[in-house]
Structures are given as C-alpha cells and as structure tokens.
Design a protein around this ligand. Structure first.
Ligand code: AMP
Length: 283
C-alpha cells in the first residue's frame, strides 16, 4: 500500500508541513475539495502534478456554503478512503481543518461578490453559496499561499467566480480550470451521485445527452430559444425538475441572444428525487 500523505489539522501543523514542502523550492498547487473523492477530484491532482507542482488537497465540508435546508449534515464523509486514493497518486499534503479551526469563535467576515457570482444561475437557487465558497477559498489561499489552484469545470460558475476573485483581489496565484470527468454514459462525476437510486442513476445521463444535442443543433444554425425549450422539455419528460437550462457567454456568463454572441456555454441544474445535479458543456 502506498504511503498516505500527511494530514494537517491545525494552522501551525499546516505551516510546518508547507515550509517543509517548499524547502526544496517546490511550486505548490492547492486542490480545494469537500472530500468524498472521486476520479474528478483525482484528475485535478494529476493535472497539477503533470505541471510539475506539489499538491496540497484540502478536505473541508464548508458549512458557510450550505443553506439550512441543504445536505451539510448528510454530505458524504469518507476520509479514510480519500487518504488511500491520495496515497496512490502521491499527493504531498492534506489540509483537513475542523469547522472551529476554519471559523473560530468571533469569525465575522465574508467576501462580497459581483459579476459571475450574480449571473442568475446557481445564485438564484443558492443565494448563500458563492459568498460561502469565496470566503473559504480566500481563506484556503491565504492559509496555503499556493502558486496555483485547481478547479473543475464541472462547477463552471464557481470556476468563473474564483478566477474573478483571485484577479480582482490580487491573489498571487494561477487559477487553473480542469475539464469535467464523466462516467462512460456521460454523467458528470459528483460526490452527490451516491444519493441517486438505481432508477435515477439510469435517467441521470439525459442532462449531458440533451446538452450535447442542443449544442449540435446550435452549431448547425438552429435558433437559441426554441432549441433550449425543446431541451428543457426532454429533461423534464425524463423526470427532472429543472432549476435552469440556459446558454450563456462562456466568460462573463451574461445572457446571449444568439450563438454569434459567444463563445457559448450551456449550463443546467435540475433535481431528480432529492438529488440536485449540475452540469455544463461548451456549445
Ligand atoms: P467538491 O468536492 O464537489 O467541492 O469539488 C471539489 C473540486 O473538484 C471542484 O473544483 C470541482 O469543480 C471539482 N470536480 C468535482 N467533480 C468533478 C468532475 N466530475 N470533473 C472535474 N472536476 C470535478
């Protein structure tokens, strides 16, 4: 069994471990995660390693980005299995603070966001989400001072929000986006896929399939709104309750009237049973 990476659970332990990593002039990437690691997360680690970076994986289920109605308490927590997976990759360090370490008594600050964070996509359905994400990601960047940070395109709006924040707040690191890792049938890997029943799992790839169909029709010259409306009907027919299925400008996430206003990204969020799935592709 390959050796598990060391796990820092306090700030002094983190800083000692980072000093050791950097003592050989290594460049460091952070891979922020909430654990329950799957091949999507592992691909972020591998991408950083291919760029010659040492890798710190943070594992922290961040209460600040969950609404009271959401799944903070039941979110899958699989630390042992996560460490075994990271051992096989040779990740260098795991940063796994407790909630008290991240948000000590008296904590009272939050990063305020504009631009891609108020695009009327995820933010419409999860109004606390990006404030919570930006605050914890800002803290992770300050705690670890990485040279780079890896984020998945799977959470496309989040990738844009974090990139914007890093640029706007002069954070000295490179935010690197990594393409979405999918199951063979197209379903994007997600820690929340474990919530799907067998029937729901069978239906779930309709999201990716429909986005691909819509993208192909748009490239062939079809008009935007009718094609999106057809796509929404297919997804709803399959049993999903749709939060949104939209075409947006791939960089600003602003609404677009036609594919000519692109580059275009298709983005979807929809619930099946009690599970909310999100996905996106380039159009
Ligand atoms: P999470 O643990 O769900 O907060 O995700 C941590 C990081 O992994 C985020 O940057 C996600 O975008 C990324 N990620 C999650 N699923 C995938 C996937 N299927 N492919 C690529 N990256 C992913």
């Amino acid at each position: 069994m390959p050796k598990r990476p060391p796990v820092a659970r306090t700030l002094p332990a983190l800083h000692r471990a980072l000093d050791k990593l950097r003592s050989r002039k290594a460049q460091v990437a952070i891979v922020p995660t909430m654990g329950a690691l799957h091949d999507g997360h592992l691909t972020l680690v591998r991408t950083a390693q291919r760029r010659g970076l040492k890798v710190v994986v943070s594992i922290f289920v961040n209460p600040a980005q969950f609404a009271p109605s959401e799944d903070f308490a039941s979110y899958p927590r699989t630390m042992d299995a996560d460490l075994d997976k990271l051992a096989t990759l040779g990740a260098n360090l795991v940063w796994a603070p407790t909630v008290d370490v991240m948000y000590p008594e008296g904590f009272a600050s939050r990063i305020a966001l504009d631009g891609p964070a108020v695009a009327d996509l995820e933010d419409r359905f999860r109004p606390h989400f990006f404030g919570g994400v930006a605050t914890v990601v800002g803290k992770l960047f300050n705690q670890c001072r990485p040279d780079a940070a890896m984020f998945g395109e799977k959470d496309y709006q989040q990738l844009k929000v974090v990139s914007r924040m890093a640029q706007d707040l002069d954070m000295r690191l490179k935010v690197i986006g990594v393409p979405t890792v999918r199951e063979k049938d197209g379903l994007a890997l997600s820690s929340r896929n474990v919530y799907l029943s067998q029937d729901e799992r069978r239906v779930a790839p309709v999201l990716h399939r429909t986005m691909k169909d819509v993208a192909a029709k748009l490239r062939a010259g079809a008009e935007l709104e009718p094609v999106l409306a057809d796509g929404r009907a297919v997804i709803a027919e399959a049993g999903f309750a749709i939060d949104y299925f939209e075409a947006r400008h791939a960089e600003t996430l602003a609404p677009i009237a036609s594919i000519k206003d692109g580059p275009v990204r298709l983005l979807v969020a929809a619930k099946i049973g009690r599970t909310r799935l999100i996905d996106n592709i380039k159009a």
